[in-house]
Design a protein around this ligand. Structure first.
Ligand code: LLP
Length: 413
C-alpha cells in the first residue's frame, strides 16, 4: 500500500502534484512518501505482540539520513553493513542498542567503530571474523556482543544474485559443529559475549514457507546452544520480504510477523527482523523526462546509473505517466537511458501513453534505487525529495559537475 495515486488524471504523492516537484527540482529525481514509510514500519511494529521484539530496518535499501530519522522516530532499529552505514544511523540519532552490524567482510576499523558505538550485536559470518572481533575488543579493553549468522541451507527462490541462505552462498556459517565450537570459544572469551543467532535467507521472498523452514532450523540451533548452557537474548530471522513490483502477491508484514511469532511461540528469546525493501520500495519513485522518441524507444533522462535494478537483475518496475489523460495514444515502449550500453534500460515492453517532454514515474524505486546509483558516464547523481502530506522538501541535492571531480587531484595543481 502506498500514497502515489492519480487525482483528476495527475499523479500525486500524498497531497503533492508530482509535476510540481519535477518543475521545482528538474529530472531525474527520487521522490519518497513519508506516509508510506510510516505505514510500512507501523505495519511491522504493530504486528508484534511483544514490545521486546525489534524491527531493524536494512539501511542498505535506502540510507538517506532524513529517511532514517523518520524510521528512528517510529522506534525502529537498524541493520547496518558498513562503517558508512553506522555513521549515517548515528547521525540520524539511532539508539546503539538497536543496531545490528551484519556483513561478511567487516574491516578492523569498522569493527572498532561498532564496538566504540556500543552496537547491540555483530552478526559474525566466519571464524576468522570472530577472532578478529575478539582481538579488536581486547585491544580496546571492551567486550564485544556477537551473534553467529548461520546458513540454514534454505532456498528462498527468486533471483540468483539475491539468494543468500543456500549452502555454497558466501553468507553465514553452514556447519553446526563449527557453530557450536565457536560458541564455546565465545563463552570462554573475556572479550566476547554471545547474544543471539542470526540468519537471513534472501530478498524479494514471495512466500512464508522458507521463513518457516529457517525459523525451525534456528530453533534447533538455539536448543543445541542451550544444551551447552548458552542462553541467548534474541533470534534474528533477517529480512527479505518481497513487494509487488509487477503483480506479485507477497505476504504482508503482518502475515510474516504472525508466522514467525507462531513458529517461535515457545521461545524465551526476543525476535529481531531486518526488513528493508518491504518498508522502502513502494515508498519511492524515480521521476524521469522523455527526451526523445525513436521507433519503439523512449529515451529518457534517467539511466542505469540512477536505477541499476533493471540492468543488473532484469528487474521489472511499473512506469506511470504523470499526466494520465495525456492525449497521446498508448504504445508499447522500451524505456532506455542515455548511457552507452545496451543494458541501459529502465523498462521493456511497457504500455503507456507518452510524448517527448512528458515526465514519467518509475514505480517501487525506493529500495535499492538511489543507494545503488553511481556516476557512470560522469552523470551527477539525482536529488532526493521527501513528501509529507501537502509539503515537500529536498533531502539530498542534485550533484553538480564540480561535485563529480571534487575528490580528484588535478595534475596541473
Ligand atoms: N539483512 C541482511 C543481512 C541483508 O543482507 C539484507 C539484504 C537485508 C537484511 C534486507 O533484505 P530486504 O528486506 O531488503 O530484502 N540489491 C538487491 C537486493 C539485495 C539485498 C541484499 N541484502 C535488489 O535490488 O533486489
Amino acid at each position: 500500500m502506498d500514497f502515489f495515486n492519480y487525482k483528476d488524471g495527475k499523479l500525486f504523492c500524498e497531497g503533492v502534484d508530482l509535476s510540481l516537484i519535477s518543475k521545482t527540482f528538474d529530472t531525474p529525481a527520487y521522490v519518497y512518501s513519508k506516509k508510506t514509510l510510516e505505514r510500512h514500519i507501523d505495519a511491522y511494529i504493530e504486528s508484534f505482540t511483544s514490545s521486546n521484539n525489534l524491527v531493524c530496518f536494512a539501511v542498505k535499501s535506502l540510507s538517506n539520513i532524513s529517511i532514517l530519522k523518520i524510521l528512528k522516530d517510529k522506534g525502529c532499529g537498524f541493520d547496518i553493513v558498513s562503517g558508512g552505514e553506522l555513521h549515517r544511523v548515528m547521525l540520524a540519532g539511532a539508539d546503539p542498542k538497536k543496531i545490528i552490524f551484519s556483513g561478511v567482510g567487516k574491516s578492523k576499523s569498522e569493527i572498532a567503530l561498532g564496538i566504540k558505538n556500543d552496537v547491540l550485536s555483530f552478526n559474525i559470518e566466519s571464524s576468522s571474523e570472530l577472532y578478529r572481533i575478539e582481538k579488536v575488543a581486547k585491544d580496546l579493553g571492551k567486550i564485544a556482543p556477537v551473534s553467529i549468522r548461520f546458513n540454514p541451507d534454505v532456498d528462498s527462490g527468486g533471483h540468483d544474485y539475491i539468494t543468500t541462505g543456500r549452502k555454497g552462498d558466501k553468507f553465514g556459517i553452514s556447519s553446526i559443529e563449527d557453530i557450536l565450537n565457536l560458541s564455546n570459544h565465545i563463552s570462554n572469551s573475556d572479550s566476547l559475549k554471545i547474544v543471539g543467532v542470526a540468519c537471513h535467507i534472501g530478498s524479494q521472498i514471495l512466500g512464508l514457507d522458507s521463513y518457516k523452514a529457517a525459523a525451525r532450523k534456528t530453533i534447533e540451533l538455539a536448543d543445541k546452544l542451550l544444551d551447552l548452557g548458552i542462553e541467548l537474548d534474541f533470534l534474528d530471522l533477517g529480512g527479505g520480504l518481497g513487494v509487488p513490483y509487477n503483480g506479485e502477491t507477497p505476504p504482508s508484514p503482518n502475515e510474516l510477523v504472525a508466522c514467525l511469532e507462531s513458529e517461535l511461540s515457545e521461545r524465551k528469546e526476543r525476535i529481531i527482523i531486518e526488513p528493508g525493501r518491504s518498508i522502502s520500495a513502494n515508498a519511492g519513485i524515480l521521476l524521469t523526462k522523455v527526451e526523445y522518441i525513436k521507433d519503439e524507444f523512449l529515451i529518457v533522462d534517467a539511466a542505469m546509473n540512477d536505477l541499476l535494478r533493471p540492468a543488473l537483475y532484469k528487474a521489472e518496475h511499473d512506469v506511470w505517466n504523470l499526466d494520465k489523460n495525456n492525449a497521446q495514444e498508448t504504445k508499447v515502449w522500451n524505456i532506455v537511458g542515455p548511457i552507452c550500453e545496451s543494458s541501459d534500460f529502465l523498462a521493456r515492453n511497457i504500455s503507456i501513453p507518452a510524448k517527448e517532454e512528458d515526465v514519467l514515474a518509475i514505480k517501487s524505486a525506493g529500495a535499492y534505487g538511489f543507494v545503488m546509483s553511481s556516476n557512470y558516464n560522469s552523470r551527477p547523481r539525482c536529488p532526493e525529495i521527501l513528501v509529507d502530506e501537502d509539503k515537500f522538501k529536498l533531502i539530498r541535492k542534485r550533484e553538480s559537475l564540480d561535485d563529480l571531480v571534487r575528490s580528484e587531484i588535478n595534475p596541473d595543481d
